[in-house]
Design a binder for this molecule. Structure first.
Ligand code: ADP
Length: 303
């Protein structure tokens, strides 16, 4: 599979509560780690056994952001390196129940539609292509157009921004959280329950789609059939990166030939493991750890 996306360096601070505007709060700890949705999704998919290449743009300081991808065997040959600038960076404020993130795109903004088209014309299309909104909109558009009909195209429209309807129609599977869903459809605040999300998806405007609901699991819409996949019950210590682990695992499952429902079930297990470890890439994620979680917990006992 191919991931077209962002690479960041994450600097995280653990807080007993998130600050109000104008307020200073002391952190109870901090961490530095590789991040960026593209890199995180690529790593999660690779850790679950998929062959993964990453098309991304990084700056002179990318070493720590890419080291674990290289070690895991993600193909980094397509990564563009810009010595004249810095790698994207994110500051994460991790509260007890939620987090706030500030992102500086850095070299991610230097990824261009031409880079996608050059790769798409020089290499065989993979089974699955994944992209997200941490790269410029023309890159997302070029990715969807270059691979539509040649690969299964997954779009994670995160962070939310306006999406062209015609482009959306070329996406095979849209994967987003409940807030991004309501933003995308221009809906007001909607309770993020499986029932409310199912009712929205039932209107059928989005095609195949997976909506994640945090500890509420995920709602899957595949060829018009809507199902709820419950989350696994775990002791969550850090939800940063849950969505990326979910997406990487989902893409790996689809690349391995699973249907969307089965891939989403595995993705919920991978994301549950992700929230039990600090940082976006800290979990011991592998096919074996995911299998063990799935084998140990029947769906009936889940959230
Ligand atoms: P995002 O990180 O994009 O906001 P979500 O918060 O919806 O995404 O989480 C993505 C997935 O991670 C969920 O569908 C669920 O499977 C899993 N997950 C998130 N939080 C928890 C939790 N507290 N316990 C178990 N699984 C969780």
């Amino acid at each position: 599979m191919l991931v077209v996306g962002s690479v960041n360096l994450d600097l995280g601070y653990r807080l007993e509560r998130l600050p109000r505007e104008g307020e200073t709060v002391r952190a109870s700890g901090s961490f530095q780690a590789g991040g960026g949705k593209g890199a995180n999704q690529a790593l999660a998919a690779r850790r679950l056994g998929a062959q993964v290449a990453l098309l991304a743009s990084v700056g002179r300081d990318a070493g720590p952001a890419l080291a674990d991808l290289a070690a895991a065997g993600v193909d980094l040959a397509p990564v563009l390196r810009h010595e004249e600038t810095v790698t994207g960076a994110a500051v994460l404020l991790v509260g007890p129940n939620d987090n706030c993130i500030v992102v500086d795109a850095g070299a991610n903004d230097l990824l261009r539609a031409e880079h996608v088209r050059a790769l798409a014309t020089s290499t065989e299309p993979p089974a699955v292509v994944v992209t997200n909104h941490e790269v410029p909109a023309p890159v997302v558009e070029a990715t969807v157009r270059a691979y539509a009909g040649r690969a299964r195209v997954l779009l994670n429209p995160s962070p939310a921004r306006v999406l062209d309807r015609e482009l959306l129609a070329l996406v095979d599977v849209l994967v987003l959280n409940a807030g991004e869903l309501t933003d995308l459809l221009g809906l007001g605040p909607t309770p993020p329950t499986p029932e409310a999300v199912a009712a929205i998806l039932d209107r059928g405007a989005l095609g195949d789609c997976v909506v994640t609901l945090g500890r509420g699991g995920a709602v899957v819409s595949e060829r018009g059939a809507i199902t709820h996949v419950p989350a696994f019950r775990v002791d969550a210590i850090d939800t940063v990166g849950a969505g990326d682990a979910f997406l990487g695992a989902l893409a790996a499952g689809l690349a391995a030939g699973q249907d969307l429902g089965a891939a989403a079930e595995r993705a919920c297990a991978a994301a549950a493991l992700a929230v039990t470890a600090p940082g976006a890439r800290g979990a011991a994620l592998s096919a074996e750890t995911v299998d063990a979680l799935m084998a140990g917990e029947p769906a009936m006992s889940r959230n």
